[in-house]
Design a protein around this ligand. Structure first.
Ligand code: 5GP
Ligand code: ZN
Length: 110
């Protein structure tokens, strides 16, 4: 656990979140500021700064996160977005994927 990490605090239960699913290595919860009818965050329970570090350092947690995304999408079409780095909009530096569904999405993304 990283002392000043918001998502580590959610994993530890120190900050409340609307957790919708979990497995051994990852949890899924509703984004506090949704941009689509379905907007969940899937995160590893362990702290990694971004999806690049997660990929390099903890393959099992990455797979668990993807399995959870698949589970919470529940068969609907969905978009899975990882902002990796401040330059592309990452604002919380604990790896997370955004599971987005329930409306049309533009491509390419803005
Ligand atoms: P990023 O911009 O890093 O890709 O995404 C961070 C996401 O975390 C944003 O969509 C933001 O709304 C969400 N978020 C920030 N603080 C909280 C919080 O305290 N609780 C929840 N559930 N989501 C949060
Ligand atoms: Zn963290």
């Amino acid at each position: 656990m990283e002392r000043n990490c918001l998502f580590c605090k959610i994993v530890a239960g120190e900050i409340p979140a609307s957790i919708v699913a979990s497995n051994e290595l990852a949890i899924a919860f509703n984004d506090i500021s949704p941009v689509a009818p379905t907007h969940l965050l899937v995160i590893p329970k362990a702290h990694y700064e971004n999806v690049s570090a997660l990929t390099k350092e903890d393959g099992p947690s990455l797979v668990a996160l993807l399995e959870l995304a698949e589970e919470v999408a529940a068969g609907a079409d969905f978009r899975l977005v990882f902002n990796s780095g401040a330059g592309v909009g990452q604002s919380v530096f604990h790896a997370h994927g955004h599971v987005l569904a329930g409306r049309d999405f533009a491509w390419p993304p803005g």
